[in-house]
Structure formats: structure tokens, C-alpha cells
Design a protein around this ligand. Structure first.
Ligand SMILES: Cc1cc2nc3c(=O)[nH]c(=O)nc-3n(C[C@H](O)[C@H](O)[C@H](O)COP(=O)(O)O)c2cc1C
Length: 191
């Protein structure tokens, strides 16, 4: 079974994280979830979802999901010897982006990203801010040069989205493509 970690930070757009988690658990991928304090708060503010209760209710149907404490450095996912197939920070705040690009691993999200980089495994960052300042851009460039995928929450419009879900699915479909997970969440150009 593939294993991925989803890091949810306090940037706007936690709906993307929710949608990605739903897709992954249905596709029999084991999903570890780590959220920052502000990640949980912004999620509740934007979607009225309480992360703990939502994961608890998903767990009744799917066994392949686990919420990790952001301060638990004893977690399996903090170690390079525990092989994850992907670490996805979605949405990624500029604060967490700065920590990761500077090797500051003081919580489990930054540590899991740091491990993915050192082990040369899949790290996908979904940054959310607008406009970006030079620090944000330099941090993204640095991570990109190290092999991370910078995949901004920037849906295309050529698939003619009609709903908010169509827009969200476009970004989630792109992430699944990068993880080599089959999906038909958006109409691929040329198909
Ligand atoms: C409603 C709300 C929306 C926010 N949106 C963003 C955002 O889109 N991008 C960002 O970098 N920070 C955003 N922030 C600020 C971050 O939550 C804040 O910088 C926080 O310290 C990030 O810490 P974290 O990465 O540990 O979650 C937002 C804050 C609030 C309250």
C-alpha cells in the first residue's frame, strides 16, 4: 500500500486538502495527516470542518487514515527510515514554506518535508498567497532546485469549470498525476 503524508498549514484553501484526502483514502493509499494549529483554525473558518471530528468520521469507513500530532517527533513519519511515497503540503503557508526552504524542522510538517528532500523522495508544495514577495519566490526556487514540485493552487480554465468542485478537482488531479495515481478529475488536454 502506498503511503503519503498530507501537511495542512494556515494558508487559505484547506478545501484542497479535504478533497485530496478524500481521493487518496478511496484509492487505498494510506494517508497520514498533520495540521498546524492555524491550519486547523483556517480550515474550520473556511469550511466549517473540525479536522479531528472529520478524520474520526472518515476512519469509521476507511482504516487507511491517521491524524498525527504536529509536535510528535517520535512519529514514524519523522524518520527517513520510514518510507513515504509522497509528502504534500497543501495548502502551504509562506511561513511553512520559509521553514522548509531554510531547513528549520521544528514541527512534524517541516520535518517530514525535510526528510523527503534529504531522501530525495516526492515533495509537493501547494503554496497559497497572492501576490508573492521576493522571499516567497526565492524560497520556492530553492526548493524547486532541490527537486521539490511547486504546484500552486492555480486551476486552469480550459476545461471549462462550472462549479467550485471543478476548480478544486483540477488542482487535485494534477497532484495525483504527480504521484502517478490514475484519476479522471479533470479533462486532460488532447484526450
Ligand atoms: C483566514 C486566514 C487566511 C490565511 N491565508 C494565508 C495564505 O493564503 N497564505 C499564507 O501564507 N498565510 C495565510 N494566513 C496566515 C498564516 O495562517 C500564518 O502566517 C501562520 O502563522 C502560518 O503558520 P503555519 O504555516 O504553521 O500554519 C492566513 C491566516 C488566516 C487567519
Amino acid at each position: 500500500m502506498k503511503k503519503v503524508l498530507i501537511g495542512i498549514t494556515g494558508a487559505s484553501g484547506s478545501l484542497y486538502a479535504k478533497r485530496l484526502i478524500e481521493e487518496l483514502v478511496q484509492k487505498d493509499i494510506f494517508v497520514y495527516i498533520v495540521a498546524s494549529d492555524n491550519g486547523k483554525k483556517v480550515m474550520e473558518y473556511e469550511t466549517s470542518i473540525n479536522l479531528e471530528s472529520w478524520v474520526y468520521s472518515l476512519k469509521e469507513k476507511y482504516k487507511n487514515i491517521q491524524l498525527e500530532d504536529i509536535n510528535n517527533m517520535f512519529s514514524n513519519v519523522a524518520s527517513g527510515s520510514y518510507k513515504l511515497d509522497g509528502v504534500i503540503i497543501i495548502p502551504c503557508s509562506m511561513g511553512t514554506l520559509g521553514e522548509i526552504s531554510n531547513g528549520i524542522s521544528k514541527n512534524l510538517i517541516a520535518r517530514a518535508a525535510d526528510v523527503a528532500l534529504k531522501e530525495r523522495r516526492n515533495l509537493i508544495i501547494v503554496p497559497r498567497e497572492t501576490p508573492f514577495n521576493t522571499i516567497h519566490l526565492e524560497n520556492m526556487l530553492k526548493l524547486s532546485k532541490m527537486g521539490a514540485t511547486i504546484l500552486p493552487a492555480m486551476p486552469g480554465f480550459y476545461h471549462k469549470p462550472e462549479t467550485l468542485e471543478d476548480l478544486v478537482n483540477f488542482v487535485i488531479g494534477k497532484i495525483l498525476d504527480y504521484l502517478s495515481i490514475e484519476n479522471d478529475l479533470f479533462k486532460k488536454w488532447g484526450n
